[in-house]
Design a binder for this molecule. Sequence first.
Ligand SMILES: [Zn+2]
Length: 317
Amino acid sequence: MPPVTRKAKKEFLKEEEFEIFRRNASMLIEKMVELSCQTPKDSTVLVDEALHSIFFLGGINNPPCPPEVIITDMEILNSLKESYPKPFELYSIQLPKRHPFSCVLDMIVQVTGREKENGIKEKLKELIRQLKQDARSKILYSFTICVSYIDIPDPVKYYGVSMSTTGRTAGKIMVGASCLSAWDDDVAGAVMTYNPDKSKKKYFDGTIILPDSVRCESFKLDSGEKMNPCRSCGNLFGLQTDENTDEWPYGNCAEAESVSELLKSEHQVKEQVRARHRSDENRQKARNAVLKQLKSELENTDFKWDNNFYTPQRITY
Ligand SMILES: [Zn+2]
């Protein structure tokens, strides 16, 4: 009998999926550069972050899809390398904090204006229409947007999109990385309460209950249809949901990012959320478990981590 190995089987991209990844990666990069010229403030830091995140996902693809394969026009490739050298240098050793579509969302919010929820949704809808040329091509693609805000007149709105990774390995890596580096600590704590197999940790419960004053609504990006929170989001954030909805992998939904943005800015809500949960002693243990899980997922790829998360850079002129 052959020896049983602990390593999960590597996920292979079919030839057609590889081509869709390449095409969508190149389209997102082009879009980010184009939009960056339209923002009122300097947004080159978002282009830099998106480049690194896309190159990272290309690098852990099997077979890998390096920057030179994504960007076939030599002139564009060289000019990107000159303006944004760090993503090219570091995509194979540093982890992104966020998945690519988060950066795209931030850019679209900057271009459109945070208060214009419908305008933001319309722009995203148009973009995903271009990315989804046929039903099989949902790669580098977010399915949903979540909008969170305090229920008052003219509230500030906080947006999030669902994970734009493809395959279980990449999804788990990005959720782990965002828990450890990007998300508000209470959102990270809620997500870390669950193991990747959706079981609950016995020694740590960081789930939160959002106060009644907070609205947290999700919509399908392609049709605009409003969606009920899934069971995972019900468990994580105390959102009302019914038994029959899906239980997506914890941290995968748009809610995580949107609630995280809200908690980073709305200090009163943060205080209320904080006051409700006290079981903090084992938070570090839970973080260590997430880190260990993340490293073990990385073993299924050719990525060699230098233990740093990538810090996006601004172009210096
Ligand atoms: Zn959900």
